[in-house]
Design a protein around this ligand. Structure first.
Ligand code: SAJ
Length: 428
């Protein structure tokens, strides 16, 4: 049984990344004293100066407010608190299609060092089923305390979409998996402080699985759209029009094809769900289809560049989706690597991304002398690109649109060779 107290518990959020910082700021503006911990000292130093390093609508204001009110304290060490919220990355393993849980292990180990009776540990990071029960609780119990008797444990996976994080954190329903009723009650009370969504209670392992199922559902639906795109190219129709028409059926909601699925979630979570399963053929096939899309795009590019000596390609967009600064698992990176492998000169531009594994250059430099412009990410900033402007910079006037973003007829009438992914009738 977790000890009862009327005092507002203090909260320590471990990991101030895409979800940790927004969550810390929400607790800190809804009645809790929060310590925000991160291993990255630069993040802590930025926050201490009042600088917010994430580009999420509404986040800056909340962080500034809580820093000013001193309800959020950035810290380079885990401070003893009543509640610990683990929001660390859970990436794919470097060498296998399975989870890398070292950051959760480190966080749980550090918490075990300061854990006391009556505390609550909430895992927010996305993890494979049974991680809380089989991995996290034993580490926490190395403190000498017993889960469910001395301290509470719950899993409250975040379900907000990057680019609209604050709105979704506040308004989406929440699923809380808890070890026991006391943990469930305490966790619900915490999240109710800022959440307008319904809070659904379940056990730890179900909550872990629900989160993975949600992202797998989306990944699978996008794989279907991508397979439809490839088939439509062969048939000679536009997949975009076909999907639009099919979606008028009351029970059909096909997602959009594209150059592949990026980001830290959809490209990763289905592997977490299947890592110990022998019965997951469909999920694995969907992952493979989505992972095949960058090569499919480069195949189109290869045909369009046929006969051009020392081709130069401009890739527009390094982020994994429009209007965000996140390039993790971005299909653009894979397109870039495959293009370089073919010996093409490549210039990449992105108006939002700041930290990228490759060079980013100004738009004009990327387009200057290029033989093909690949629109990889449909940022709003690219809306204003006109054929007249682009023609003045490029060597060969060719566009490959992977997002059905441009008006092909306008560009064709201006003398461009245009291909749109999934549009079979158009082409070279
Ligand atoms: N994409 C397509 N076609 C589509 C939709 C998306 O190709 O029709 C691509 C995007 O371009 C991008 C990738 O999929 O490369 C993922 O983007 P996304 O916007 O679908 O999702 P994420 O990864 O930004 O956020 C997802 C969300 N999950 C679901 O919608 C089920 C979010 O709610 C989760 O909180 C997040 O994963 C997470 O953190 O798990």
């Amino acid at each position: 049984m977790v000890a009862k107290s009327n005092k507002q518990p203090t909260v320590c959020v471990i990991g101030l990344g895409y979800m940790g910082l927004p969550t810390a700021a929400l607790f800190a503006t809804h009645g809790y004293k929060v310590t925000g911990y991160d291993v990255d000292k630069r993040k802590i130093a930025s926050l201490a100066k009042g600088e917010v390093y994430l580009d999420e609508p509404g986040l800056k204001e909340l962080v500034e407010k809580s820093l000013k009110a001193k309800t959020l304290t950035p810290s380079s060490k885990i401070v003893q608190s009543d509640v610990y919220v683990i929001a660390v990355p859970t990436p794919l393993h470097e060498t296998a299609q399975r989870s890398e849980l070292k950051f959760v292990i480190l966080a749980a180990g550090a918490i075990a060092g300061v854990l006391k009776k009556g505390d609550l540990v909430i895992l927010e990071s996305t993890v494979p089923p049974k991680t809380s029960e089989k991995m996290m609780i034993p580490i926490l119990e190395s403190s000498g305390l017993t889960a469910g008797i001395d301290f509470g444990v719950s899993h409250c996976p975040e379900r907000a979409i990057p680019g609209n994080t604050m709105h979704e954190l506040i308004n989406n329903d929440r699923v809380i998996g808890a070890l026991d009723d006391a943990s469930a009650k305490k966790t619900k009370k915490l999240y109710e402080s800022f959440s307008h969504g319904h809070i659904h209670l379940t056990d730890l392992t179900t909550a872990e699985t629900v989160k993975l199922m949600e992202n797998t559902f989306r990944d699978l639906n996008i794989a279907l759209a991508n397979e439809f795109a490839k088939i439509s190219e062969q048939i000679g129709i536009s997949v975009w029009e076909a999907i639009h028409l099919a979606n008028h059926h009351p029970r059909v909601k096909i997602l959009q094809p594209g150059p592949g699925v990026g980001g830290h979630c959809l490209a990763v979570d289905p592997w977490f769900l299947t890592e110990d399963s022998i019965d997951a053929r469909l999920i694995r096939a969907a992952r493979e289809i989505n992972d095949s899309m960058p090569a499919h795009v480069v195949g189109h590019a290869e045909q369009m560049l046929d006969g051009i000596n020392h081709p130069k390609v401009a890739i527009l967009g390094a982020a994994y989706k429009p209007n965000v600064d996140d390039s993790r698992e971005s299909p653009s990176t894979r397109i870039l690597e495959l293009a370089k492998k073919r010996g093409w000169q490549v210039g990449v531009h992105d108006p939002h991304v700041i930290h990228y594994a490759h060079d980013l250059i100004p738009l004009d430099d990327a387009l200057k002398g290029a033989d093909l412009m690949i629109l990889a990410t449909h940022h709003d900033a690219y809306r204003d690109l006109t054929p007249d402007y682009v023609r003045g910079l490029m060597r060969a006037c060719q566009v490959l649109d992977t997002r059905n973003y441009i008006e092909p007829e306008i560009w064709r009438n201006a003398g461009f060779n245009v291909r749109v992914l999934g549009r079979g009738q158009v082409g070279s």
